[in-house]
Design a protein around this ligand. Structure first.
Ligand SMILES: NC(=O)c1ccc[n+]([C@@H]2O[C@H](COP(=O)([O-])OP(=O)(O)OC[C@H]3O[C@@H](n4cnc5c(N)ncnc54)[C@H](O)[C@@H]3O)[C@@H](O)[C@H]2O)c1
Length: 388
């Protein structure tokens, strides 16, 4: 069995978890070298007995440690484009975490680069695409079980500790993370685009910061079992000490609406401080209704004119991080892609379009208007065809 030689750029919590999921799925690998000034993933790998390889001071030093079978990027979002440009120049397959890049300009630049140059294979960690429950939702919609998809609503509501982590971690700042929705739910909008089968035509969004603010700093900081609140998880690279007194400039709650070119209408609600966690998609079609509960990993379906009991499918594999086996499923998909040429479930183009969708929502929120997406898609299509 092949032993993969892996290089890592940005060895944080995420890449550490992906490496462990790969090991769970039977990958044999050696992390040969990494480029990261202070790897946040170190304790996670150390606890699992995985070596981190040689620390490198520069991209050139990392490249010289090759050859690699896979380069993995898990740096903060503002560094993705420059790390991708470097990694794609090395010549081996590249895996990068989502969001693929952080801004509209970066999206167009990367689309143009991918169109113009013959680049190595690029895989993006939009891990929900690999989840069995998500694949089942896509299968049922594609098979026409719901008839024509008319409207849907979706949520992603986070536990207060998760929200507190976002308010202290680098994701709290637009210039590092992009936005709350971009970092947290570009996954979901990628799937919504896939289900809609078309691109957003018009978008609107309202959101703001009214939880993790200095005005709220006096709230109770202790759970009812006496444990301290809002301090779980090391805030990591460029972390802030206090969730309520940081320099956060992204939203902590946001709503969004999309009208797709194909007709589907969608509303979305995200909040980073809830007592009842939820990540749920409610799909209403002419012939049936489907609810995907991504926290409980459960799908419910009933035909529109059925008086029978709803059909329920349990996907199990519940885990505390709510990834519910997604990382392992993605590790299997990546292995199959590299070893048999099987298609990876998401493409760089899907990832760019998902990111641009969220960026359009954020623009609508920032500018207080409904955004017509046509100019954005014209610019993207020009870049992606090499004319940009
Ligand atoms: N697919 C998912 O479900 C998922 C989940 C979590 C995070 N992510 C993504 O993974 C990426 C990393 O997130 P994370 O939670 O691991 O963050 P993290 O803070 O744990 O890790 C980021 C790492 O990047 C390193 N870094 C900072 N500057 C660097 C530089 N100039 N060069 C190289 N490394 C540098 C930091 O030292 C840190 O070790 C982000 O893009 C995030 O959006 C994806």
């Amino acid at each position: 069995m092949k032993t993969y030689r892996i290089g890592v750029i940005g060895l944080g919590q995420r890449i550490a978890h992906v490496l462990l999921a790969m090991r769970d799925e039977g990958w044999r690998y050696e992390v040969v070298a990494h480029l990261d000034p202070a790897p946040v993933g170190q304790p996670i790998l150390a606890a699992a007995g995985v070596e981190m390889g040689i620390p490198c001071e520069s991209k050139a030093e990392l490249a010289a440690r090759g050859p690699f079978d896979l380069l993995m990027i898990g740096s903060p979002n503002h560094l993705h484009l420059q790390h991708l440009e470097f990694a794609l120049s090395v010549g081996c397959p590249v895996f990068t975490e989502k969001p693929i890049v952080r801004t509209e300009a970066e999206s167009l630049a990367l689309a143009a680069k991918l169109a113009r140059a013959q680049t190595p294979p690029l895989f993006v960690g939009l891990v929900m695409r690999s989840m069995p429950i998500v694949q089942e939702v896509i299968r049922r919609v594609d098979a026409g079980q719901l008839g024509r998809l008319v409207s849907m609503d979706a949520t992603e509501h986070l536990h207060p500790e998760h929200g507190g982590y976002l308010a202290r971690n680098w994701r709290r700042r637009k210039d590092w993370g992009g936005s709350y929705l971009l970092d947290k739910v570009c996954h979901d909008f990628d799937i919504f685009n896939r289900l809609a089968g078309s691109r957003p035509a018009r978008v609107a969004s309202f959101g703001g910061r009214s939880i993790f603010t200095p005005d709220e700093a006096g709230r109770a900081r202790t759970w009812d079992d006496g444990q301290p609140a809002y301090v779980m998880h090391d805030p990591g690279w460029a972390g802030a000490n206090d969730a309520f007194h940081s320099d956060m400039d992204v939203t902590d709650h946001q709503t969004a609406m999309i009208e797709y070119g194909g007709g589907l209408r969608l509303s979305f609600h995200a909040n980073s401080h809830v007592a009842l966690q939820e990540r749920r998609w409610y799909l209403a079609g002419t012939e049936g209704t489907l609810v995907a509960d991504l926290v409980r990993n459960r799908l419910t379906f009933r035909r529109a004119l059925s008086r029978g009991r709803p059909e329920k499918m349990e996907f199990g594999h519940l885990t505390d991080d709510n990834h519910n086996g997604a990382d392992q499923a993605m590790a299997r998909d990546l292995k199959a892609t590299l070893e048999t040429g099987a298609a990876f479930p998401v493409t760089p183009a899907d990832s760019l379009i998902a990111g641009l969708t969220v960026m359009a929502l954020d623009r609508a929120m920032d500018e207080g208007r409904v955004v017509d997406c046509a100019p954005l898609w014209a610019a993207y299509d020009a870049a992606a065809s090499g004319d940009g």
